[in-house]
Design a protein around this ligand. Structure first.
Ligand code: BEZ
Length: 201
């Protein structure tokens, strides 16, 4: 299998951590796909009409996207370790979706500053994206700390990838200041070998 990859992408990082945690790393070749919405020359547009990463090319079936579909597929292939059975499954999927929403907003903020010409940037829009992120972090700290303390699952991995991306691209916003319990959880989770091996950069 081939995974279209950018080490800076938190969505790709979810897949790379899952591969390590489920012992499938050697089964997937990483294909560099460095680009952005204005520069799709190296993006997998033939495999995924959206030209987005991660996209997973399989030898025995059509390519898969997005990160949630790829993670479900690879977890199933690896023996279903990171998505539990219902009803806990609904919690894991909701937590994963919340973390993915944080990443969506954080990546849009990154593009606004890193891709859009300076004279067209809109501070109010950046603050609105950060507002979504702050609400989601508040909700995780208020409602999900018990879940985060449980056995590792894909919801936890997605939250860790979202927080890692905030550190990587939006450190000045200091998400830890208002979320001390989440910060303490992340400090422990970030020690995992899979997290250390996939640090963005
Ligand atoms: C980034 O450079 O921040 C980035 C790259 C690919 C996907 C998402 C974010």
């Amino acid at each position: 299998m081939r995974l279209y990859d950018n080490p800076a992408s938190p969505f790709v990082r979810k897949v790379r951590i899952l591969l390590q945690e489920t012992g499938q790393e050697a089964d997937v070749e990483m294909i560099p796909a460095i680009g952005n919405p204005l520069d799709s020359a190296k993006m997998p547009t033939a495999q995924n009409p959206l030209g987005k990463i991660p996209t997973l090319e399989r030898d025995d079936g059509p390519a898969l996207h997005d990160s949630r579909v790829i993670c479900r597929y690879l977890d199933d292939r690896g023996g279903s370790k990171l998505y539990p059975l219902a009803p806990r499954l609904w919690e894991v999927l909701t937590l994963e979706a919340t973390a993915d929403g944080i990443m969506d907003a954080a990546v849009l903020m990154r593009y606004e500053v890193g891709v859009r010409p300076a004279e067209k940037q809109f501070g109010g829009w950046l603050d609105a994206q950060w507002g979504k992120i702050a609400r989601a972090l508040d909700a995780i700290e208020a409602r999900w700390m018990g879940h985060l303390a449980g056995p590792i699952d894909m919801g936890q991995i997605a939250v860790a990838c979202a927080l890692g991306y905030l550190d990587f691209r939006h450190a000045a916003r200091d998400w830890r200041a208002d979320h001390p319990e989440l910060a303490a959880w992340y400090a422990r989770f970030a020690e995992r070998d899979s997290m250390q091996a996939t640090k963005p950069g």
